[in-house]
Write a protein that binds this ligand. Structure first.
Ligand code: TYC
Length: 117
């Protein structure tokens, strides 16, 4: 016995059933991967924060080894600003907050900011 009539939107049917007995529509959903916006996290130079503290910040919060941390710190010292890393919005925001809290706790005026890449 043939199936009872089904409407144009195929009520009651599954997605691969066009309502005609013995036939099916195979649909494929396209995967669309969106690249996230990225943000640079920057350290700013000042006259008071000890160089060793900045190196420690780069090791602790940006997972730099001592050599890279020293290179970045000296770049900031000489140029006024330097990049610690590039992250998604939430990660960048967390890094900035962690660095600012840590600097405040140790009473250093070190500033850390983020900017859209
Ligand atoms: N200019 C600081 C000094 O001479 C060192 C320093 C480097 C401070 C980098 C901040 O982001 C900074 N003690």
């Amino acid at each position: 016995m043939p199936p009872l009539a089904v409407g144009p939107q195929n009520p009651g049917g599954d997605d691969n059933d066009d309502g005609r007995s013995g036939t099916a529509i195979i649909s494929k959903t396209k995967t669309r991967t969106k690249r996230p916006n990225l943000y640079r996290v920057l350290l700013l130079n000042d006259d008071y924060t000890p160089m060793e503290f900045v190196v420690h910040v780069l090791e602790r919060f940006f997972n730099k080894n001592r050599e890279d941390a020293t290179r970045i710190m000296l770049h900031v010292h000489q140029n006024g600003v330097g990049e610690c890393g590039v992250f998604t919005y939430e990660v960048a925001e967390t890094k900035v907050t962690q660095v600012m809290d840590f600097a405040r706790k140790h009473q250093h005026p070190l500033q850390c900011v983020m900017e859209k890449n």
